[in-house]
Design a protein around this ligand. Structure first.
Ligand SMILES: NC(=O)c1ccc[n+]([C@@H]2O[C@H](COP(=O)([O-])OP(=O)(O)OC[C@H]3O[C@@H](n4cnc5c(N)ncnc54)[C@H](O)[C@@H]3O)[C@@H](O)[C@H]2O)c1
Length: 253
């Protein structure tokens, strides 16, 4: 993808899993990468790995649930690289499959702030920059098959991921004529650290999953990262406002 060379991408949640794989693969493709994560040690590790082959990388400690951190992320990116071309809204957390009757509002708020509100606000900052500068831009949101079906997470996770698909379609339909595209990837089961956060899975949520859904194949982060390279490129210029499922056929079966 020659067109991607020299472009600037912000990747949130780039300290682990799919975000890390995207950041590293983008750097290999000569994209200038901003590694944004709330975990400083992870940022330093990923940046150090990328720096073995590229000097075009910047780490910015960012808690995406904090509005001031999002503003700082955009400011630091523009300061270092002078522009933004690609935004990957990837940072996300799960919710232990907690159903409505057991829902603690703190969990709902935390999941919504990270998985949905942050992508809205960071998209807003980038879109306002692109509109002001009359520049094209691409936003790729990491949704989930939990954003298309009901039993692949708790109520907070499922609602946040359905929401991010709505966000994707809304941005795509409003800004198409401004050359701003927005697409989502919907991974199925991917081998990352997020699985370790399922510490006390809610029995009702797990029962619903087992009753309706057979266990699917497990993919690796690079399987999703590969798809995002195409989606960010000019070759994908007619792909807009849609969701690309990356689940090894789980939801197709
Ligand atoms: N792994 C899967 O099976 C799977 C499936 C579908 C969708 N997803 C989605 O993929 C995305 C990436 O998840 P992953 O599986 O790579 O998980 P992961 O836990 O390996 O990585 C998530 C990263 O996000 C960071 N993060 C968490 N909260 C943050 C915050 N407030 N601010 C900034 N960074 C924060 C973490 O520090 C971590 O580095 C998430 O949106 C997740 O919902 C994962």
């Amino acid at each position: 993808m020659e067109c991607l060379k020299g472009r600037v991408a912000i990747v949130t949640g780039a300290g682990s899993g799919m975000g890390e794989a995207i950041a590293k693969l983008y750097a290999e493709k000569h994209i200038k990468v901003v590694v944004a994560d709330m975990n400083n040690d992870s940022i330093n590790r990923v940046v150090a790995d990328i720096e073995k082959n590229s000097s075009c990388v910047l780490g910015v400690k960012t808690d995406v649930s904090k509005q001031e951190d999002l503003k700082n992320l955009v400011d630091k990116t523009l300061e270092k690289f002078g522009t933004i071309d690609i935004l990957i809204n990837n940072a996300g957390i799960m919710d232990n499959f907690i159903s409505v009757d057991d829902l603690d509002l703190n969990i709902w708020n935390k999941v919504m702030d990270i998985n949905l509100k942050a992508p809205v606000l960071l998209s807003q900052l980038c879109i306002n920059y692109w509109l002001k500068e009359k520049k094209p831009g691409v936003i790729i949101n990491t949704a989930s098959v939990g954003g298309m079906f009901g039993a692949r997470g708790g109520v907070s996770y499922v609602c946040s991921k359905h929401g991010i698909i709505g966000l994707t379609k809304n941005i795509a339909s409003v800004y198409r004529e401004n050359n701003i595209r927005c697409v989502a990837v919907a991974p199925g089961g991917v081998n990352t650290n997020i699985g370790k956060t399922l510490t006390h899975p809610d029995q009702k949520g797990m029962y619903a999953l087992s009753q309706y859904v057979a266990a699917g194949p497990t993919g690796e982060s690079i399987d999703v990262a590969n798809v995002t390279v195409f989606l960010a490129s000019d070759e994908a210029k007619f792909v807009n406002g849609t969701v690309v499922t990356v689940d090894g056929g789980w939801t197709g079966a």
